[in-house]
Design a protein around this ligand. Structure first.
Ligand code: CA
Length: 294
C-alpha cells in the first residue's frame, strides 16, 4: 500500500495540485461595471494586488523506509504532523502571494502560513473549505466578487492577517467570519454582499487599526459577531444597510480614531444609533448620524 501510494504521489506530485489558473490581467474593479456595480460611495482605492505566479509545491513525502506510517503517505509517523491524513504531512510556509482560484492549495499541509496576500477573486466557488489549513497571512485578504460563494467557513482557522481585509460583492455570501482573529492591522471592509444577514463570526476581534466599513449589505440585520470590538483606529462607516436593526453588539466599542458615520440604515431605530454613539468614549474626528446625514 505504501509503495502504491508513493507511486501515486510520484505520478501526481503536489505541483499539479498547487498550480492555479491565474486570471488574465486583473481589471480595475472599481472602474469596471462588469466586475462591480456602480457605487458612488465606493472608497477611492481598493489596492487589489496584481496577479502573481502560482506558489511553489510542497516538499514531496520522504521514504519511510520501514518506519511506522499509519496513513501510508510515505512520511513516517514521527515526522508526520497528521499521521491519520494521507494528504497532510507538514506545517508549511508559502513565501508567495496566493490566488485561490483552484482547489488543492492545502494538499500536503497540516497548517499553512502565507507570506503574501490571499486573494479569492471572481471565482465560481461555493465555499473555501479546501483552504482550512491556512493559519496566517502576512498580507491582505481579499474575498471579492465571488457570486456563488455561500460561506467562508474554510478560513475559520486563520489566526493572523497582516494586511487589509475586503469582503465585497459576494452576492450569495450568507455569513462572514474570522473567529480566531483578534487584531487587524489594516482596514476591514464588508460591503455590497447582498445575501449577508449577520456578521456572525468575528468573536475575538478586539481592534481594527484601520477603517471599519460596513456598507450596502442589503440583508444585514445584526452585527452580533462583533462582541469584542473595542477600538477602531480609522473611520467607522456604517451606511446603507437597509435591514440592519440591531447594533447592540458594538456597545463595547470605546474608541474611534477617525470619523463616525452611521447613515441610511433605514430599519435602525434612532435610539439604537444614539446608544451606540453614547457608548463610545473617544471619537477622533466627526460624528455623523441622525439629522446630520441629510
Ligand atoms: Ca504518514
Amino acid at each position: 500500500m505504501r509503495i502504491f501510494f508513493s507511486w501515486l504521489l510520484a505520478c501526481n506530485p503536489p505541483t499539479d495540485v498547487l498550480e492555479t489558473d491565474l486570471p488574465a490581467e486583473s481589471p480595475d474593479l472599481l472602474d469596471s461595471n462588469e466586475a462591480s456595480p456602480p457605487d458612488t460611495d465606493t472608497p477611492a482605492e481598493t489596492d487589489l494586488p496584481e496577479d502573481t505566479d502560482p506558489p511553489e509545491d510542497t516538499d514531496l513525502p520522504i521514504d519511510t523506509d520501514g518506519l511506522a506510517d499509519l496513513d501510508n503517505d510515505g512520511v513516517a509517523a514521527a515526522s508526520d504532523c497528521d499521521d491519520l491524513d494521507p494528504e497532510a504531512w507538514e506545517n508549511g510556509l508559502l513565501e508567495e502571494d496566493v490566488q485561490a482560484t483552484d482547489t488543492g492549495l492545502c494538499f500536503g499541509y497540516c497548517t499553512l502560513s502565507i507570506d503574501g496576500f490571499l486573494r479569492i477573486y471572481n471565482t465560481d466557488r461555493t465555499d473555501v473549505d479546501d483552504l482550512s489549513c491556512i493559519r496566517s497571512i502576512t498580507g491582505p485578504l481579499y474575498i471579492y466578487a465571488n457570486t456563488s460563494l455561500l460561506d467562508m467557513d474554510g478560513l475559520m482557522g486563520v489566526e493572523e492577517i497582516g494586511g487589509d481585509v475586503q469582503i465585497r460583492y459576494n452576492d450569495s455570501l450568507e455569513s462572514a467570519n474570522l473567529p480566531e482573529v483578534t487584531d487587524l492591522t489594516g482596514y476591514l471592509w464588508v460591503t455590497d454582499n447582498e445575501s449577508l444577514d449577520d456578521l456572525s463570526g468575528f468573536d475575538q476581534l478586539q481592534q481594527v487599526q484601520g477603517t471599519l466599513e460596513i456598507r450596502n449589505n442589503a440583508n444585514l440585520e445584526e452585527l452580533s459577531g462583533l462582541p469584542s470590538l473595542t477600538s477602531i483606529g480609522g473611520d467607522f462607516t456604517l451606511t446603507g444597510n437597509p435591514s440592519l436593526f440591531d447594533v447592540s453588539a458594538l456597545y463595547g466599542l470605546t474608541s474611534i480614531g477617525g470619523d463616525l458615520t452611521v447613515c441610511n440604515n433605514t430599519a435602525l431605530a434612532e435610539e439604537e444609533v444614539t446608544a451606540l454613539y453614547q457608548s463610545i468614549d473617544t471619537i477622533g474626528g466627526s460624528a455623523t448620524f441622525g439629522d446630520a446625514c441629510r
